[in-house]
Write a protein that binds this ligand. Structure first.
Ligand SMILES: C[S@@+](CC[C@H](N)C(=O)[O-])C[C@H]1O[C@@H](n2cnc3c(N)ncnc32)[C@H](O)[C@@H]1O
Ligand code: SF4
Length: 367
C-alpha cells in the first residue's frame, strides 16, 4: 500500500521554559537548564542513533527544534545534535527551524545559531500589546517583542500570534497584524486561544472576547494579510509565496517524522505498516531511558481518521502526486460521500470552501 519514498522529518523536543504559561499544555519543564542541557543533548543524540533500525538510511527533509523553549538550550547542544545528523541532510536544502522566545533573541545568539546550521526561526510573539501579554502570563513585553522582531528582520523567520486573548478587541488584534506586516516577516501562524484542560486558564474565569469579536478578528486577518501578499495555506498558517513551512507541510501531507526528546511523538512507515509511538515525558526519565512507549500500528478506521485530520487541513487541497501514501479503499469510499455532499473536492484531495468552513464536521465523515 505504501510508497517507498515517504519523506521523513526530524522533530527535536527541548522542554525548557522559564515559567509555565497559564494556557499551555505542552510537555515542558521549569527545571534548571544548566546542568541538564548537555545531558539531554547526549540522550537525544543516542536516541537518534538507536532509531536507525526504524529509519534505515533515509535522509531528513526538515528538522524542527520545538518546545518548550529551545532558545534556552545552549547553542553548543543544538550544534552537537545537528552535527550528529549531518550525513542525513541534503546541504542547503534542509529547512532547519528553531523556536525562540523574544527574551532569548540577541544578535549574538542568532548569529551563533545560524553558524550551527539553523536556517529558520519561529518567534513566539503571541501579541505586541503589553496588556495582552500580561493577560497571557508571558514573561516578555512589547519592547522585547519589537526588539526580537527587528533583530530577525533579515532572517528567514515566522511569527506565532494568539488571538481571542482576554480583553482583546478587533482593533488591538489589527494593531498586532499591522506590526507584523511592517516587519517584513514572510510567514505567520495564527492560533485562536484554546482553553486546555489541566491548565491554569481552565480553572479561571476569563473574560474572553465573544464569538462575534472572534469572527471579526478572522475577517480582519483575512483582509489584511491577503492585501499584503500572504496566503492562508493551512488552518493556522499564512505565508508569502514560497515561504510555506516545509516541516509542517510534511505532517499535513502525511509524511513520516522521527520525534526525539521527552514526550515527543513519532510516525514512521515501512513497506508493511505505519507505526506511531512516543517517548517518556519526564525529563529525567527520558535522559535515563529513550525507549519507545505506546507503540501501535495505525490501520483501518483509525488510519482513515488520521489521514482526514491531516490532509484536510491543507487549504487548497492536494494533487495526487503530492500524496505520500496510496489512499486506502475505505478512505476513498468515505471521501466520495463528502464529494457528494459538496464538502470535499472532486479533482483533488481536500475540502471545498463549505467543507473547510466547517472542517470539524467534514472530518466526522471519516469516523
Ligand atoms: C509550544 S509553543 C512553543 C513556543 C514558545 N515556547 C512560545 O511560547 O512562544 C508553540 C506555540 O503554540 C501556541 N500555543 C500554545 N498553547 C496555546 C493555546 N492554549 N492556545 C493557542 N495557542 C497556543 C503559541 O502560539 C506558541 O507560540
Ligand atoms: S507557551 Fe511556550 S514558554 Fe509558555 S509554557 Fe508553553 S512552551 Fe513554555
Amino acid at each position: 500500500m505504501l510508497l517507498n519514498n515517504t519523506p521523513l522529518s526530524l522533530y527535536v523536543h527541548l522542554p525548557w521554559c522559564e515559567t509555565q504559561c497559564p494556557y499551555c499544555d505542552f510537555s515542558i519543564t521549569t527545571d534548571p537548564v544548566d546542568g541538564n542541557d548537555a545531558r539531554l543533548a547526549e540522550a537525544i543524540i543516542k536516541d537518534i542513533k538507536h532509531s536507525s533500525d526504524l529509519i534505515a538510511d533515509r535522509k531528513f527533509r526538515s528538522i524542527y527544534f520545538g518546545g518548550g523553549t529551545p532558545s534556552l538550550a545552549s547553542t553548543q547542544s543544538i550544534k552537537q545534535i545537528l552535527d550528529s545528523v549531518r550525513d542525513r541532510l541534503t546541504p542547503s536544502e534542509t529547512e532547519i527551524t528553531i523556536e525562540m522566545n523574544p527574551n532569548d533573541v540577541s544578535e549574538k545568539k542568532v548569529e551563533e545559531l545560524l553558524r550551527a546550521g539553523i536556517n529558520r526561526v519561529s518567534l513566539g510573539i503571541q501579541s505586541y500589546i503589553d496588556q495582552e501579554l500580561q493577560a497571557l502570563g508571558r514573561n516578555h513585553d512589547r519592547k522585547s517583542a519589537i526588539q526580537a522582531t527587528n533583530i530577525l528582520k533579515d532572517i528567514n523567520s515566522t511569527i506565532d500570534l494568539i488571538y481571542g486573548i482576554e480583553k482583546q478587541t478587533p482593533e488591538s488584534f489589527n494593531e498586532n497584524l499591522e506590526t507584523i506586516i511592517d516587519s517584513n516577516v514572510n510567514h505567520l501562524s495564527l492560533y485562536q486561544l484554546t482553553i486546555e484542560p489541566n491548565t491554569i486558564f481552565y480553572k479561571k474565569e476569563l473574560l474572553l472576547p465573544h464569538e462575534e469579536a472572534i469572527e471579526e478578528m478572522e475577517v480582519i486577518a483575512k483582509d489584511l494579510l491577503e492585501k499584503n501578499g500572504f496566503e492562508q495555506y493551512e488552518v493556522s498558517s499564512w505565508s508569502k509565496p514560497g515561504f510555506e513551512s516545509n516541516h509542517n507541510l510534511n505532517y499535513w501531507q502525511f509524511g513520516d517524522f522521527l520525534g526525539v526528546g521527552p514526550g515527543s511523538h513519532s510516525k514512521i512507515s515501512n513497506q508493511q505498516e505505519i507505526i506511531r509511538y512516543r517517548k517518556i515525558k519526564p525529563l529525567e526519565g527520558y535522559i535515563q531511558n529513550q525507549k519507545s512507549a505506546d507503540l501501535k500500528t495505525i490501520a483501518g478506521n483509525e488510519l482513515d481518521i488520521d489521514l482526514a485530520m491531516n490532509l484536510l487541513r491543507i487549504k487548497n487541497g492536494l494533487q495526487q502526486q503530492d500524496l505520500t501514501i496510496d489512499l486506502p479503499e475505505s478512505f476513498l469510499k468515505k471521501y466520495q460521500r463528502g464529494v457528494d455532499e459538496g464538502l470535499l473536492l472532486k479533482d483533488k484531495i481536500g475540502a471545498s470552501q463549505k467543507g473547510y468552513q466547517f472542517l470539524n464536521e467534514t472530518i466526522q465523515l471519516f469516523f
